[in-house]
Design a protein around this ligand. Structure first.
Ligand SMILES: NC(=O)c1ccc[n+]([C@@H]2O[C@H](COP(=O)([O-])OP(=O)(O)OC[C@H]3O[C@@H](n4cnc5c(N)ncnc54)[C@H](OP(=O)(O)O)[C@@H]3O)[C@@H](O)[C@H]2O)c1
Length: 294
């Protein structure tokens, strides 16, 4: 039986990882989040992780407040959790000979390449959050060779039980649809979505198939969309009518952090995942929203 440690177990992705590995009797799963461990504190990481002796460590913990990270205090926290934290975990993994899975983001790219970015593209972040996640990539690669560094984008799935959890875009839109007749959505940021259960399954696949260590891009397939395009597909699938969705430019939605305009993650290493609208339909059904064809 393999010992697996999931850090960030209370987030959006963590519970899906927990579910998939716990349902397989070949794994003994430990799930930690704050305050069980503080990944930004090297001593906490070493004191907790080394005695546990996991064979596999999956780090899904992160600081995901993209706009707050533009402020000096937020940026320090982002570097601590997204940057140095993964480095400490990688050090512990290396000491133990354990395999490490670390997640990163399309926001490490500048979003100027319309055709998208593959696993070999060079990051060039345009936000502090992106910088902190890129620092995490560097720290992982510096401290261990046995890693899967998985970049994903726009994660969605069942809400976590964590009271601090950020809502996914689809949840936010469903909530807005209950109170507003007109919703503005940004129409000049093109990317794809990643369904948490699909990502968790693919993570398990990488580990079990013994895929070569390195960088992977894992998102759902389907035509890339803007937030506006995604909201339209959501409302169609959910059969929500009578709401006007207004496409707006990034500039009309002033936010402290810049977002990449074209951040399509190209996957050249793995079989494609299913299309994101298909995954969205499954999510809606689990979320209790009757879909148009179901
Ligand atoms: N969500 C997205 O759209 C998205 C997009 C691209 C990449 N990613 C990446 O995908 C991975 C999973 O993201 P997610 O959306 O599941 O994240 P999430 O929902 O924000 O969950 C992260 C978890 O980590 C915990 N955490 C924060 N600081 C910690 C620390 N110092 N020590 C231990 N745990 C700590 C958080 O607890 P608190 O909430 O109490 O702080 C939270 O439970 C992350 O690497 C993220 O950067 C996510």
């Amino acid at each position: 039986m393999k010992k697996i440690l999931i850090i960030g177990a209370m987030g959006l992705l963590g519970p899906e990882l927990n579910r998939i590995f716990s349902s397989d009797s070949s794994y003994a799963v430990t799930g930690w989040d704050m305050p069980d461990i503080d990944i930004g504190d090297e001593a906490s990481v070493m004191e907790k992780v080394l005695p546990l002796k996991p064979d596999i460590i999956i780090n899904a913990a992160a600081y995901n407040a993209v706009d707050k990270a533009e402020e000096p205090e937020g940026f320090e926290l982002a570097k601590r959790i997204n940057g140095y934290g993964p480095g400490y975990i990688a050090k512990a993994a290396n000491k133990l000979g354990a395999l490490l899975v670390q997640y990163s983001t399309d926001y490490v790219f500048d979003g100027e390449k319309r055709e998208g970015y593959d696993e070999t593209s060079t990051p060039s972040p345009i936000s502090r959050y992106g910088e902190s996640k890129y620092l995490g990539e560097i720290e992982v690669m510096k401290n261990t060779d046995r890693y899967y560094l998985i970049r994903l984008q726009k994660l969605f799935g069942m809400p976590s039980h964590n009271p601090n959890a950020k809502k996914s875009f689809f949840e936010t839109m469903l909530a807005l649809a209950k109170t507003q007749d007109v919703i503005k959505a940004v129409d000049d940021e093109l990317s794809n979505f990643t369904y948490a259960p699909d990502l968790a399954k693919r993570t398990k696949y990488l580990i079990e198939e013994g895929m070569p260590f390195g960088i992977y891009h894992i998102t759902n397939e389907g035509a890339p969309v803007t937030w506006y395009g995604a909201a339209k597909i959501l409302f169609e699938l959910a059969g929500i009518k009578g709401i006007k969705i207004v496409p707006v430019a990034q500039e009309e939605f002033p936010r402290p952090a810049r977002r990449p305009k074209y951040s399509i993650l190209i996957n050249t290493k793995l079989e494609p995942l299913r299309r994101w609208p298909e995954a969205l339909k499954e999510f809606l059904e689990d979320y209790g929203v009757k879909t148009s064809s179901g």
